[in-house]
Design a protein around this ligand. Sequence first.
Ligand code: SF4
Ligand code: ZN
Ligand code: ZN
Length: 315
Amino acid sequence: MNCCNNKPIFESYDGNRLCKIHFNAYLEGKVFKTIRQFELLDKEENLGVAISGGKDSLTVLSILKRLSMQNPNIKICAIAIDEGIAGYRDRTLATAQEFCDKNNIRLHIFSYKEEFGLSLDEMLKILNVKPCTICGIFRRYLLNKKSKELKLTKLATGHNLDDECQSILMNQMRNDMKASARLGPKVGMVQDEKFVQRIKPLYLCAEKEVTTYAFLNRMLDSFNECPNAIHSYRAQVRDMLNVMEQKFLGTKYSIVNSFIQMLPMLKEKFSCGAIKVCSRCSEPCSKDICNACVYLERLKNKAVSSLIEPKPLNN
Ligand code: SF4
Ligand SMILES: [Zn+2]
Ligand SMILES: [Zn+2]
């Protein structure tokens, strides 16, 4: 059924054919409902939005910016991490900067090179590891550290329904339910000054919906994918899920919805009480030394004969 007499551009899961105006209202309404349903925001927030310059993060930033304009108690800024991936991140960061300038949003950019002494490309020449493993560890580390320095109350990310669905399955397939206990629309089991809670306002928005929103509203004009993504386990799980979704419509929603029902039990089972801190850098971690410090040590040992010297992490 068509929403109105305007030309439809999107067909929703329930068979409604939506024009641009009604599609925008549908997606924004879904995000606001997610924020209310999972109590993602308090009345006052100094909110950071982690952006990469891709469709998901620009969509979430754009919708949250609108929310902050309606509600002056919600202040927002954007944070981007420059991992140092030649030919990719420089382009997405330029898009991010342009978007922020146009929308009057302060953008803070932090780089691996400046913070750790090495870009991701350089790290990968030294260590024989999967790019996404090391990249994710250092990105999470920096985002939390810089969010605290900026005194952010929460950090919003552009994770969508497809991302969450992939993470749930990846954890199942690796028998890592402890990692699943850290998923959900609001990450951070307890309020703790060491850890800035992360929220996922696009939690119930499918990738297809977010892509449509971003391109329809001209947030970006081309699709860029990290050259390392193709080697990732996630990419294989993504492709498998897309095949299942095509055959059995609603598969991804079902996986995420059933996960939401299990999440309180997982959180209870794997709750670790007070957050531990790394004995070297004082960032939160589950062991004595955080993964960022472990990898930095490995980089240092391997790079000892090279001119490249990783920087030590300090408080
Ligand atoms: S795809 Fe992997 S290497 Fe590329 S930015 Fe994402 S986590 Fe990093
Ligand atoms: Zn319409
Ligand atoms: Zn550490």
